[in-house]
Every structure is written in structure tokens, then in C-alpha cells.
Design a protein around this ligand. Structure first.
Ligand code: PAF
Length: 281
């Protein structure tokens, strides 16, 4: 496995593979890799000739009071996971390499980023779209693999690729959970033992909501009232949002009639966690 830190080296490696007619998959990441990322790598390794993983904590997707500085980083551990999964290339650039002097260009969405996470993280998706576009331009993957846990991010990236005629396929992969149900996330490491226990309220509420919908509930208010009341039984939990939106446009709906995303963000202490499920009528 090769590890490169410059755009030039990354481009040269990809060109070498493309010249040999090999397909390239990309798993974009901010590092601190866990089984959720490993599942994306597995999917990529099974479908592509060569797989690149980018490890880059992207400053432009963090708001001024968010956790950019404290975001967990452990490159040695990331290298070990990538080796284990049969990854061929790690691209680990510095901030200066990605956003050089006088950097001035960003990719923004019109409305897809307004609801859900976009409400409390107004510049987040601008940073995500910008860095993902840059990674696509640098690494020119044939397919890029993203987790369904960040469902709004996945919908936004799919839209961006379509709208801007980018020449790749975006593959969404299922949420990976701990044995007790908590969705895997690098931010789970922020939780104290007591908060870790309290965080189970997210997955429990997701499973409860999913059961209600599968059993025929179609009224969004009834569903959301039940889900919110359930979260409020946990004293350490503070709701950022619980919403039902159209699975493609991310706009709120009143009734569950087509493909919907039921998504939540909940603070457990100071840690903001997300979870969701998709439902197709
Ligand atoms: O999902 C993430 O880890 C990040 O948002 C991504 C897609 C790697 C962009 O920085």
C-alpha cells in the first residue's frame, strides 16, 4: 500500500493505474477509521481493481464553534485498517496542500443543504461539496463510496455529481452499528461511559420509528411526536432535529407516501450524534 501526501504524487499513481486500464474506487474519509469505513473499503475492494482512501480532516466543513481542532486523528491506526482491507493508496494531504494561498473557490447547493444538518451547520455542506469535488478531480475515481449514516451528505453528493455531470458513480453503503445498536461514528469516542449508554436512545428511537412506519403509520406528526417523546425520556439527550423528508429533495413532507428519509441529530452531553432510516413506500 502506498501513502502519498501531495496532489502531484496522487495524480501520478492514479494515471499509472488508468493507463493500465484499471478501475479506481475512492473512499473519502476524515480518518479515525472504524468498522463503518471498513465496510466502505470492503465494498470498494470487491468492485474495483484499485482502491484509494483519502484521510483528510477538512477544515471548511466545520463551523467556527465546532470540533475541527479536537476531531480525533490517528494515522497509524488508519494505515493499519486500510492495510487490513486491502486498500492500495492512502491520500493524506495537509491543509496547505488542499487549500493553498489565496484559495477562493467553493461548491454550494441551492436548497438540498438547507434542512436537517444544514440548519444547525450552515456552512457544512459547502465544505463537504468543495472537498469532495477536489478529491474527485484529483483522484478521478470511477466509483466513490459513502455511508448511508450521513444520509443528507449522500443525497447531496449524488445530486452534485448528476447536476455537474461528474464522470463517476456514487455508491451508498448501509449504516454499520455497534452490537447494542449505536451507529458507528468517529465522534462516539467523545462519549463518557454514562453518555455512551445514554446515546442508545438514538438507535432505539430509530428502530421504534421504523417499526411504526413498517406497521403502516403514514402521518408524519404522529410519528415525530412519538419519536421525540421517546428521546425526551433520556435526561442526557437534547434534540437538534427529528424530521421526515423526501429521500431525494430533502424537503419536509406531511405524509409518508414515497421514498422518505427519517433522520435525527441529538446532542448527548456536548456530542452531536446522527442516525436515520430510509423508507420506500
Ligand atoms: O463523511 C465524511 O467523513 C466527510 O464529510 C467527507 C465526505 C470525507 C468529506 O470531508
Amino acid at each position: 500500500m502506498k501513502i502519498v501526501t501531495t496532489i502531484q504524487e496522487a495524480k501520478e499513481q492514479i494515471k499509472e493505474w488508468k493507463d493500465q486500464g484499471l478501475s479506481v474506487g475512492l473512499v473519502p474519509s476524515m480518518g479515525y477509521l472504524h468498522e463503518g469505513h471498513a465496510s466502505l473499503m470492503k465494498a470498494a475492494v470487491s468492485q474495483m481493481d484499485k482502491v484509494a482512501v483519502s484521510v483528510f480532516v477538512n477544515p471548511t466543513q466545520f463551523g467556527p464553534n465546532e470540533d475541527y481542532d479536537s476531531y480525533p486523528r490517528d494515522l497509524d491506526h488508519d494505515i493499519a485498517i486500510c492495510e487490513e482491507q486491502g486498500v492500495d493508496l492512502i491520500f493524506h494531504p495537509s491543509v496547505e496542500e488542499m487549500y493553498g494561498k489565496n484559495y477562493n473557490t467553493y461548491v454550494t447547493m441551492e436548497t438540498l443543504g438547507d434542512e436537517l444538518c444544514g440548519k444547525s451547520r450552515p456552512i457544512h455542506f459547502r465544505g463537504v461539496c468543495t472537498v469532495v469535488t477536489k478529491l474527485f478531480n484529483i483522484l478521478t475515481p470511477d466509483k466513490a463510496f459513502f455511508g448511508q449514516k450521513d444520509a443528507q451528505q449522500l443525497a447531496i453528493i449524488k445530486r452534485m455529481v448528476k447536476d455537474l455531470n461528474m464522470n463517476l458513480e456514487v455508491v451508498g453503503c448501509p449504516i454499520i452499528r455497534e452490537e447494542d445498536g449505536l451507529a458507528k461514528s468517529s465522534r462516539n469516542t467523545y462519549l463518557s461511559p454514562e453518555e455512551r449508554q445514554a446515546a442508545l436512545i438514538l438507535s432505539k428511537t430509530i428502530f421504534m420509528g421504523q417499526k411504526m412506519v413498517e406497521e403502516g403509520e403514514r402521518d408524519v406528526k404522529t410519528l415525530l411526536d412519538a419519536m421525540k417523546s421517546n428521546i425526551e425520556t433520556e435526561p442526557l439527550a437534547r434534540i437538534d432535529y427529528v424530521e421526515v423528508v423526501d429521500g431525494e429533495t430533502m424537503q419536509k413532507v406531511d405524509r409518508i407516501e414515497e421514498s422518505v428519509l427519517v433522520a435525527m441529530a441529538v446532542y448527548i452531553g456536548n456530542t452531536r450524534l446522527i442516525d436515520n432510516f430510509m423508507y420506500e413506500c
